[in-house]
Design a protein around this ligand. Structure first.
Ligand SMILES: Nc1nc2c(ncn2[C@@H]2O[C@H](COP(=O)(O)OP(=O)(O)OP(=O)(O)O)[C@@H](O)[C@H]2O)c(=O)[nH]1
Ligand SMILES: [Mg+2]
Ligand SMILES: [Zn+2]
Length: 388
């Protein structure tokens, strides 16, 4: 269930923690200069206004002691909020009264070195801020991030990108046509949703373009596996009532290829949102990547929805190879009948999974998704750093 931000906290107590120095820095940089920060925001380090007291053995020391505040920062009280968007290393935090840009205290970033960003959309945070000047929303500093529940994550280079945190379900949107559906991408999202502890739901939008029934077949495929699956048309509103009901009182991420109509569907729920919608390029039949950053939207009926940018591909190595079979629900009953206990269902003889594929009990495209995911290169070093 979606939780509203808690009321202001005010607990006091400073404590010392030991954190690792980042390898590429030995001196601290502080700034309250917005221009420099804005220039550095994309991909570079930006220092939060900090009360860090550094002690240690100078440049040779790889560790430092920082003083972080448990409940207050520099005498400023902490406020609870939820991250609604990320802009570089700045987080837009909604505390129920306003949306405020916040930097992230360096100690948090040091602790979450394996993540591309230490905070993400959907995170429930505590931030410190001075008294607002009249008519000005001052910048805040995120001091702590609550433990995450359901997440949608993917691999981004050698790090993890948590696309969204604290969601209950992922509605994985495909389109019946234009762009043509990519069942393999749906399967990747389903694995990632299970791995992140959220419920996958399949939606085939643009059902008005479903001339040859490909979209309806996809829905039947996933329904047969026990997943909630439904069709919509953001063009003529078919299925939008069902979509609205699914969002009610829950936290949902909407994910899928570019151009499938994710933002158009959300606009149908609340036309006042006016989310940007882009064309599908006619000669490539692909979307234009109109939505460029994930955005959390509170819904009038309770709950919230996160619109995300369309993806071309979705790398995930959250799941170990030997566990992957368990993420394909239709494999689970068959696996005990394979001859070899460690059967990978690829080259072994007497494999119950392959037999089911031959006999039509397992859809060939689902099996191909499994094979492609299994054969995807994994990075052992990456998996060790998987700390979240
Ligand atoms: N025919 C038809 N067109 C639709 C439907 N839904 C959306 N579209 C069109 O599809 C195009 C892409 O829609 P968007 O809502 O921008 O798609 P998106 O999934 O948000 O795309 P990204 O933001 O790039 O990820 C627009 O031209 C929409 O008008 C639908 O149900 N039927
Ligand atoms: Mg969009
Ligand atoms: Zn097997």
């Amino acid at each position: 269930m979606a939780k509203a931000p808690k009321p202001d906290g005010n607990k006091g107590n400073k404590k010392k923690v030991r954190v690792q120095f980042r390898r590429n820095r030995s001196t601290r940089a502080r700034s309250t200069d917005w221009t420099r920060r804005a220039l550095e925001a994309e991909g570079n380090e930006v220092d939060a206004d900090s009360s860090e007291a550094v002690s240690g053995k100078g440049r040779l020391s790889r560790r430092r002691t920082v003083t972080v505040s448990d409940g207050t920062s520099d005498g400023r009280s902490l406020t609870a909020g939820i991250v609604v968007a990320m802009r570089g290393l700045f987080a837009d935090v909604d505390d129920g009264k306003c949306v405020r840009p916040c930097t992230v205290r360096r100690v948090l970033r040091s602790r979450l070195i394996s993540e591309r960003h230490p905070v993400t959309v959907g995170d429930r945070v505590q931030f410190a801020v001075g008294a607002d000047r009249v008519g000005v929303v001052d910048e805040g500093v995120i001091e702590s991030v609550e433990p995450r529940t359901g997440t949608l994550r993917r691999r981004a280079g050698r790090r993890i990108q948590t696309i969204v945190a604290n969601v209950d379900q992922a509605i994985i949107v495909s389109s019946a046509d234009s762009p043509p559906p990519k069942p393999h991408l749906i399967d990747r999202y389903i694995v990632a949703a299970h791995a992140g502890g959220i419920t996958p739901v399949v939606c085939v939008n643009k059902i008005d373009l479903d001339q040859n029934g490909v979209g309806r077949d996809l829905v039947l495929r996933y329904e047969a596996l026990g997943y909630e699956a439904f069709t919509t048309s953001a063009l003529d509103c078919e299925g939008i009532d069902h979509f609205r009901k699914l969002l009610c009182d829950r936290a949902t991420v909407i994910a899928g290829q570019s151009g499938v109509g994710k933002s158009s569907m959300i606009n149908r729920i609340d036309p006042a949102l006016r989310l940007a919608v882009g064309d599908v390029v006619s000669h490539t039949n692909k979307g234009r990547h109109t939505t460029t950053t994930a955005r959390l939207i509170r819904l009038d009926g309770g709950g919230y929805v996160v619109d995300t940018p369309g993806v071309k591909s979705f790398d995930q190595t959250m799941v170990d190879r030997e566990d992957l079979e368990a993420y394909f629900v239709e494999f689970i009953d068959r696996v005990p009948h394979c001859k070899f206990a460690d059967c990978t269902h690829i080259h072994e003889s007497n494999c119950a999974v392959k037999k089911a594929v031959e006999q039509g009990g397992i859809h060939l495209e689902r099996y191909e998704s499994y094979v492609r995911l299994l054969e995807e290169p994994t990075d052992p070093a990456w998996q060790q750093r998987n700390v979240d």
